[in-house]
Write a protein that binds this ligand. Structure first.
Ligand code: IVH
Length: 682
């Protein structure tokens, strides 16, 4: 009270009094913030709240050394940055395997029961799958020190300044004895209403519109200026803990309760389910109800509740086995096909696309829908002028589901695919066994453009200022012919382009320059090798470690990488047999593109080691042992070669053990392996 009077009277309070008052104000503001933004149960008026904030700002203004990063006045403190730093997650942020119907969901449940040798001890937890952007929040001794995007799951972008502007994210945990470090995971989202308001504003300002609330949330999180993010009413639901030092939980439900008690926002529709029937009831209920929520959800996530059982079930390279995402069926709408156009992609594939009367599907206006290929057009018998149902399923581009033949008038026109590439005129080809027509001219302008767009895309080299429009101009002006040419662009060349000022030109160059330091996996993915998506690129990078090794790899070398089959191996080896592709790689490296070798987790005895398992293990299920080795940073391989560091041999080992002995590879017993992972029973 004394300090408050002092502040009011404007007489300078003593430093000690100010310090006490600042601490009290912060506690009050944090509490009311929590009541308002997390519980949605405010206790005081907005005016009373603003008064508290103003008093705190005033005191902090007079005593700047009392300002701390977690003070409620620091939510929009940071200046715009030039780029986000990359941060490695302490534990990978995996995605989830999907179930598209009840049968697939039941099959997942059965797999868990089989692996565990019975029903899960503490049942399941059912949650809504929030359709937003995944983030990780690190609290050290209770204070928010870092917020990151998911990125590729291994490393994301440091968006701390932006996440601090999200009012439902506490800057300080409500916990008496907070853990030394805890990394919390959740989904940042925008309500449908907020999304529409943002798009209305953008439309008025002549800016491009966000396709859906998820893209708007992800885009808002990746703003370089936190003030822009602060203007977007982002919200969060947290759903788990990635890593924790100094906190132990027994079940997922208990973890969620702890998170809620610590002041974080957990979705109130989360429920425990003792038995599979309870899970199915939850799924049924929310399939019917989810469109009534204020925010978008695209399914239900079911998790095995017991955390010990979660560890036992382990994970594949992309997703945990202890959880599954049941996807809600896609929403459909009826509209008319006004035209069918053909687009040529980076691989030369010709894709027919239906041009539609604009129609609303799952909260988004759809104007185009893919028809996939000519067989699909024939199978569905889609004609220009037809009425059709279209659907949008998550990420996927909208597609035409079926024709409403009863509405035909007889004026509809059949469509045939062109015999020549619409971009370059080369006769198209259809490979045996393939449904797609392809333009085989590698110099086809549409393919060149497609390859450049892919090279710059987010999952690849992530050159965010270089999009399709700019690339089209660069090609038209003959400033670039291949991706390596991007690195030779100058400000003068860019300024001459339409709608490009000196500031934008400089930003473009910074963005290109920044992409020189990248990861091997990104570069491999960016090359656009057929069948090599982001995941396969990760596998290749982890196995070969260096671009030169990959370029020289034989078909067999690639085929032996676990998770890679002969079709991919042939495509990869074939790509590097083409001298033009090797020249492109040399040119890229010569421009200063430096891919960092594949990341290896940790520094323990298994970090970066190539490990092969053979024979029957006594105390581990094979997948659990492999998961453990990977968790410790090892690369688990299916076959023994001179590059193998350890072969772990269980009972009745096969030819792999013989090969290991012949090559002089170190052979470990199961107990030695357990000791190396720090997983001994004693
Ligand atoms: S758990 C390792 N729970 O869905 C398991 N994820 O496709 C981590 N998501 O990237 C995910 N709501 O961002 C989990 N209740 C929920 C979720 C949820 C949305 C997102 C998450 C993840 C993606 C997986």
């Amino acid at each position: 009270m004394a300090a408050k009077r002092l502040a009011k009277k404007n007489a300078p309070p003593t430093k000690a009094a100010a310090r006490r008052r600042v601490a009290g104000l912060r506690r009050q503001i944090e509490y009311h913030n929590y009541r308002y933004h997390v519980l949605d149960q405010p206790e005081i008026t907005d005016r009373a709240y603003d008064r508290l904030v103003r008093e705190l700002q005033d005191l902090e203004g007079r005593f700047p050394d009392l300002v701390t990063p977690e003070s409620p006045t620091q939510r929009v403190g940071a200046r715009p940055s030039a780029a986000f730093a990359t941060v490695e997650h302490r534990r990978p942020m995996r995605s989830l395997a999907n179930a598209f119907n009840e049968e697939e969901l039941r099959a997942w449940g059965s797999r868990c029961v089989n692996a565990l040798g019975g029903e899960p001890a503490a049942g399941y937890v059912c949650e809504l799958k929030i359709d937003g952007a995944a983030v990780s929040l690190t609290y050290e001794r209770g204070v928010l020190t870092r917020g990151a995007t998911r990125g590729d799951g291994v490393a994301g972008e440091d968006v701390t300044a932006n996440l601090k502007t999200v009012k439902s994210i506490p800057l300080r945990l409500r916990a008496d004895r907070p853990p030394a470090v805890i990394e919390i995971r959740g989904e940042v989202y925008l309500t449908r209403e907020a999304f529409e308001a943002i798009n209305r504003e953008r439309e008025e300002a002549g800016q491009s519109l966000f396709a859906n609330p998820r893209n708007a949330a992800a885009g808002s999180l990746r703003q370089l200026d936190p003030r822009v993010t602060a203007g977007r009413p982002l919200d969060i639901f947290v759903y788990g803990v990635g890593a924790a030092d100094g906190a132990t939980f027994r079940t997922h439900a208990q973890t969620l309760q702890w998170l809620a008690d610590a002041g974080l926002k957990v979705n109130s529709h989360t429920e425990s389910a003792a038995a599979p029937q309870d899970v199915l009831r939850y799924v049924e209920r929310w399939t019917a109800r989810h469109t009534g929520l204020r925010y978008e959800t695209d399914g239900v996530v079911v998790k095995v509740n017991d955390l010990g059982e979660q560890t036992e079930l382990g994970a594949t390279s992309s997703a945990p086995r202890w959880a599954i995402a049941y996807k809600f069926p896609a929403e459909q709408a009826v509209t008319k096909v006004n035209d069918i156009r053909v687009y040529v992609g980076r691989t030369g594939a010709l894709t027919p696309v239906a041009v539609l009367d604009p129609v609303h599907v799952s909260g988004v206006t759809v104007t185009n829908a893919t028809l996939h290929n000519e067989d699909e057009i024939a199978r569905k018998d889609v004609r220009i002028g037809d009425w059709v149902t279209v659907q949008r399923a998550g990420e996927v581009i909208p597609e035409v589901v079926q024709v409403l033949t009863a509405r035909r008038t007889g004026r509809e026109r059949r469509f045939t695919m062109p015999g020549r590439c619409p971009s370059c005129g080369t006769p198209v080809q259809r490979e045996t066994g393939e449904a797609v027509l392809r333009c085989t001219n590698l110099a086809c302008p549409a393919q060149v453009l497609g390859r450049l767009i892919h090279f710059c895309s987010r999952g690849a080299m992530n050159i965010d200022r270089v999009g399709p429009k700019l690339l089209e101009q660069l090609l038209a002006q003959r400033l670039v012919a291949d991706p390596a040419d991007l690195y030779a662009l100058t400000a003068e060349q860019l300024i001459d382009l339409e709608r490009m000022g000196s500031k934008s030109a400089a930003n473009v160059l910074v963005s290109i320059d920044g992409s020189r330091r990248t990861t091997l996996a990104r570069l491999v993915y960016a090359l656009g090798i057929r069948h090599v998506g982001a995941h396969v690129a990760e596998l290749l990078a982890a196995q070969f470690g260096d671009l030169r090794h990959l370029v020289r790899a034989s078909f067999e070398d690639v085929r032996d990488v676990p998770g890679i089959g002969p079709a991919i191996a042939e495509s990869v080896a074939g790509f590097f047999r083409n001298p033009a592709n090797v020249r492109l790689i040399d040119k890229l490296l010569a421009t200063g593109v430096t891919p960092a070798p594949a990341r290896r987790a940790g520094t323990g005895p298994l970090a970066g080691k190539r490990v092969v398992f053979t024979g029957f293990l006594e105390s581990f299920a094979r997948p659990a042992a492999e998961a453990l080795a990977k968790e410790r940073g090892a690369i688990v391989s299916g076959s023994v070669s001179a590059q193998t560091d350890y072969v772990v041999a269980g009972g009745s080992p096969g030819s792999k053990l013989q090969k290991a002995r012949a090559l002089g590879v170190k052979v470990l017993t199961e107990q030695e392996f357990a000791a190396l992972t720090g997983n001994t029973k004693e």
